[in-house]
Design a protein around this ligand. Structure first.
Ligand code: DQA
Length: 145
């Protein structure tokens, strides 16, 4: 089984960026933990971060040729703006979980709407980096049944 974790714009700045919202972990540390969690369960995990919408879309399109069983995505600011990224996920018909480090519903109203939530398997928001682990745990369990 294989799972792809996608991180949107500015998530390369984790650790430095607004720690009150996003915690102190770096993206590298988060990815490393997810990798270990996947390894324990014999699942192949790939991670990809980009600040560019086109690169994220291209990475999703690539799933048409090289499919994965599940995607975990934090679209970051594109959550609230990108019909194009949403359409890319629909095009390749991959089940995905939407993750946010912060609880977007306690923040500015422009963060309350997501272009992804209504087509996601589930949404985790506000549990910090642990949200990614919970999403991965769910995906692994689903794949093993
Ligand atoms: C975020 C929330 C978004 O509103 C914001 O633009 C981000 C990160 C989160 O993980 O909490 O960049 O997706």
């Amino acid at each position: 089984h294989s799972i792809l974790v996608l991180h949107g714009p500015n998530l390369n700045m984790l650790g430095l960026r607004e720690p009150d919202h996003y915690g102190n972990d770096t993206l590298q540390a988060i990815n490393q933990r997810l990798q270990e969690q996947a390894d324990t369960h014999g699942v192949t995990l790939t991670t990809f971060q980009s600040n560019a919408e086109a690169e994220l879309i291209a990475r999703i399109h690539d799933l048409a040729r090289h499919p994965v069983d599940f995607v975990i995505i934090n679209p970051a600011a594109f959550t609230h703006t990108s019909v194009a990224l949403r359409d890319a996920l629909s095009a390749v018909k991959v089940p995905f979980i939407e993750v946010h480090l912060s609880n977007v519903h306690t923040r500015e109203s422009f963060r309350h709407h997501s272009y992804f939530s209504d087509i996601a398997v589930g949404v985790i928001s506000g549990l910090g980096a642990h949200g990614y682990s919970l999403a991965l745990d769910y995906a692994i369990r689903r794949l093993q049944h």
